[in-house]
Design a protein. Structure first.
Length: 190
């Protein structure tokens, strides 16, 4: 990690500690790192393979997905919207690419879910937010992609066990260029 990034991260940690605020992407990443360092079920702060580094790994408790999407006045889903109830979960992270070429997260798998999909959340017809499956999530060369609530995420469909705060679980991420990477996620409240 270069000195500039380290300095920025230290300033953010100090700011978050002083304010006690939560909610922004940087603060979520810091919270996930704090869980990784202090929880008895520790997870690595970051994992690397090739030019890809994954950090700030966290997941919502399984009951946190209920009511996530607006299904309109009649409770109907927008066209193309995925039906996700309480038997599902979502995992988030920051994926950095130090390489000179774009890489893509092309799939994920985990034993905590029957199916693991890559998703995004977009405004559909009438401004209704809809969760949609995507083929891949691009990570720009020399840049990063943040998977966060309201945007890209890894969807855990048909959980095989409850995800409760303090739990950890593994997900295998498959990148187009960097290959396979096993990542441990900490379950926490938003």
């Amino acid at each position: 990690m270069n000195t500039w990034k380290l300095l920025v991260m230290m300033v953010v940690v100090l700011f978050v500690s002083a304010c006690g605020a939560t909610g922004t992407t940087t603060e979520r990443e810091t919270d996930a790192d704090t869980i990784a360092e202090s929880d008895s079920n520790t997870v690595s702060a970051e994992v690397s393979a090739g030019s890809i580094t994954v950090s700030g790994m966290w997941a919502r408790p399984s009951n946190a997905m209920m009511g996530e999407m607006d299904h309109g006045d009649e409770g109907e889903m927008a066209e193309g919207e995925m039906d996700h109830g309480s038997n599902n979960g979502a995992a988030y992270m920051v994926i950095s690419n130090s390489g000179e070429e774009v890489d893509r997260l092309v799939s994920a798998s985990s034993d905590v879910a029957e199916t693991v999909e890559l998703h995004t959340v977009e405004a559909g017809d009438g401004g209704v937010m809809a969760m949609r499956q995507v083929e891949a999530i691009e990570v720009p060369a020399g840049g990063e992609t943040t998977l966060e609530p309201g945007g890209f995420h890894v969807m855990l469909v048909g959980l095989t066990r409850d995800l409760t705060p303090g739990d950890t679980f593994n997900v295998t991420l498959e990148f187009e260029t960097a290959g396979s990477m096993d990542v441990e996620f900490a379950v926490r409240e938003m």
